[in-house]
Ligand binder design. Structure first.
Ligand SMILES: CC(C)(COP(=O)(O)OP(=O)(O)OC[C@H]1O[C@@H](n2cnc3c(N)ncnc32)[C@H](O)[C@@H]1OP(=O)(O)O)[C@@H](O)C(=O)NCCC(=O)NCCS
Length: 181
């Protein structure tokens, strides 16, 4: 397990899947605003669920996020689009609705940075989010990500095109908060 100050990032367990699916993916609005893909219903236990991990997919590293003290599941996190030529990747984070606003998201991004820069030797990490997703904007800025621009009308979300904000962090800019295991 990778440890931050509040969260641990570990492999997905079978019993995490229905909890993450129900809270983060089953609702069309929550899904559509966070995923950048069209919502569609998924059967319980489907291997096509967005929270089912394919260990053979080398361009993604997927984690479940747990509270460091209690080990209770609090969310999901990933590095995706890992590009080993240009040494870059994208970050994805989803915190269960009952666990939001307690700093778990910010600490999860910090641990993903450690994983990306130290464990994987990447040079650049980036976060794209809807420009009005203020929690993600704060989570990125809390971790030193630089706002690099706005991608105008880049996301089709429930009947309209919305802007996305692009944030990037380079290895040499990264200031790790804590030594991490
Ligand atoms: C975005 C998300 C991961 C943040 O997780 P979290 O654990 O609540 O984040 P934190 O507690 O670390 O808070 C991060 C910042 O967002 C702010 N914040 C949290 N919830 C907020 C809300 N509903 N509205 C506005 N700001 C909010 C916090 O105040 C904090 O800012 P601060 O440090 O300046 O005070 C969580 O809201 C989530 O999973 N949302 C749905 C999925 C999603 O949008 N994923 C991102 C796709 S790119």
């Amino acid at each position: 397990m990778l440890r931050g100050s509040k969260v641990g990032l570990r492999a997905r367990h079978e019993d995490d899947i229905p909890v993450l699916q129900a809270d983060l993916y089953d609702d069309p609005v929550t899904h559509s605003r966070a995923q950048g893909s069209p919502w569609r219903p998924t059967m319980p236990g489907s291997k096509y669920s967005a929270v089912t991990v394919d260990d053979g997919a080398v361009s993604t590293a997927a984690f479940s996020v747990v509270d460091l003290g209690t080990e209770a599941l609090v969310g999901t996190a990933s590095l995706w689009g890992i590009d080993t030529h240009s040494r870059s990747a994208h970050l994805g984070v989803g915190i269960l609705s009952s666990a939001r606003g307690k700093g778990y998201g910010t600490d999860t991004v910090a641990v993903l940075c450690h994983y990306g820069f130290v464990v994987r030797g990447l040079h650049r990490l980036q976060i794209e989010t809807l420009a009005d997703n203020t929690a993600v904007l704060a989570m990125a800025e809390n971790n030193g990500f630089v706002r690099e621009g706005v991608m105008r009308s880049s996301a089709w979300v429930l009947g309209e095109f919305l802007d996305e904000a692009l944030y990037g962090l380079l290895a040499e800019e990264w200031k790790p908060a804590l030594p991490r295991s």
